[in-house]
Design a binder for this molecule. Structure first.
Ligand SMILES: [Zn+2]
Length: 431
């Protein structure tokens, strides 16, 4: 562990020297920019000035060309449009076969507008298609037929940072630190398996966040995702870093490559309070006898949704004596969980159904032996009851061995910068 810190520290010094280093925007960054521009700036026209930015000059002077706009309709194909507008099929062939973007012309969709420039004989000179608000395809007549380019606005992802100390809540103090709502939620989601933000954060807890800010042509457009974050909860430090694998799958990991997600959620109900803990020598409130309490009780309003804490298969759904309405879920070979006293089951839930972590399986009630509405939750490993509040929860799949080098390459500089940001901002804020 100590060695690892030393490595990070050594690199952090190097990173600080190059102050502004940006990240490659990912596909999801692009999508977020496109969404943001759609809603905030409908006036941004992708075709504006597109010809001036094209590298290929048309052979015919601009003022001798006729320009036509064709809105793509449902059911339109490029060949259908060429037929309708009496354009040459040889030209069509050259356009769609031009490398590497020509074939993208075949993927036109309704609602976009093609721009068609023809010369005095009606021959196509240039065809323009705004693929999205950031990218435009342009085919221009050349000696060999047509040249096709993809003209793209300049987008980049720059790193922003925020740091704060909890005084009241993650939400209030996150806002104070300048984090937008979406990122506060994302921060809570990232650490949801380790930190109970409703019940367990304390004044003095700290967070440090690095996140992307997305720019188009040097203008800030929208906030991207968190790329690295640290949360100090009651003196214990949790660190997460974003990693995109070869398939473009994005996830948060610990610095040593374990998924931040665990195979189980700690609690199956939101908005609940623990009313009885795991206790092998408890006096039963209804039976008034010593009887082991082999689970945790969560008092909550009748009808509060109950979520399965892990992926698995429903092995039981029905009445079971004092448990009332019960659902039991088997998670792989060794783990099972039990949810009792339900008022009702999730509609359609059957024995044998596959469920995913977080799926609602039923609703809080007081069926069976219960003094008030609550969920009785049990966690078993190989059939043995374990305390759901303290049992060590297994992580989901870690980074595979063959991706480890790439993982380190992407994440070590980010973690170094996170560490540096924390130091700088803590010093600045006088903490
Ligand atoms: Zn109970």
């Amino acid at each position: 562990m100590k060695n690892y810190n030393l490595i990070i520290f050594g690199i952090s010094a190097a990173i600080v020297a190059s102050v502004s280093y940006a990240l490659m925007p990912s596909e999801s960054d692009k999508e977020r920019i496109i969404e943001a521009l759609k809603t905030t700036d409908p006036a941004v026209s992708p075709t504006t000035k597109v010809l001036e930015t094209s590298n290929i000059a048309s052979a015919v002077p601009e003022n001798n060309l006729r320009t036509e706009h064709y809105p793509v309709q449902a059911g339109d194909s490029l060949s259908g449009i060429f037929r309708k507008l009496k354009l040459s099929f040889t030209d069509l062939y050259h356009i769609t076969h031009a490398k590497p973007y020509g074939r993208d012309f075949a993927k036109i969709i309704p609602g976009k507008t093609l721009e068609i420039k023809t010369d005095k004989d009606g021959d196509l000179e240039q065809l323009t298609y705004p693929r999205n608000i950031l990218e435009t395809l342009v085919a221009t007549r050349s000696k060999e037929g047509f040249a096709v380019e993809l003209i793209s606005k300049d987008i980049d992802a720059r790193i922003s940072s925020a740091q704060g100390v909890i005084n009241s809540s993650l939400y209030v103090d996150g806002k104070k630190a300048g984090l937008p709502d979406r990122l506060i939620m994302q921060l809570a989601d990232i650490f949801a398996w380790d930190v109970d933000f409703a019940l367990n954060i304390r004044p003095g807890d700290q967070f440090t966040v690095l996140y992307k800010t997305l720019y188009v042509n040097d203008k800030k457009v929208v906030t991207g995702d968190i790329i690295a974050a640290e949360f100090v909860n009651r003196g214990k430090t949790y660190t997460a870093v974003l990693f995109e694998d070869n398939d473009g799958k994005v996830n948060y990991y610990t610095p040593d490559g374990r998924s931040m997600r665990k195979a189980f959620l700690r609690t199956p109900v939101d908005f609940a309070r623990i009313s009885s803990r795991f206790n092998l020598r408890r006096k039963h409130p209804v039976l008034n006898k010593i009887r082991a309490h082999k689970g945790v009780d969560y008092a909550a309003k009748k009808g509060t949704p109950v979520k399965t804490t892990g992926n698995g298969v429903v092995t039981f759904r029905g009445h079971k004596g004092g448990y009332g309405r019960v659902v039991i879920i088997q998670h792989g070979q060794h783990y099972s969980t039990l949810y009792a006293h339900l008022s009702k089951y999730k509609r359609g839930l059957r024995k044998g159904d596959r469920v995913k972590q977080g799926d609602v399986i039923g609703f809080v009630g007081m069926s069976g032996l219960a003094t008030g509405p609550h969920l009785h939750y049990e966690f078993r490993i190989d059939g043995v009851h374990r305390n759901p509040l303290t049992v060590k929860l297994p992580h989901q799949k870690p980074i595979s061995k063959y991706l480890m080098a790439e993982f380190k390459r992407q994440t070590v500089p980010l973690l170094a910068q996170l560490e540096q940001t924390k130091k700088t901002l803590l010093a600045k804020n006088g903490n």
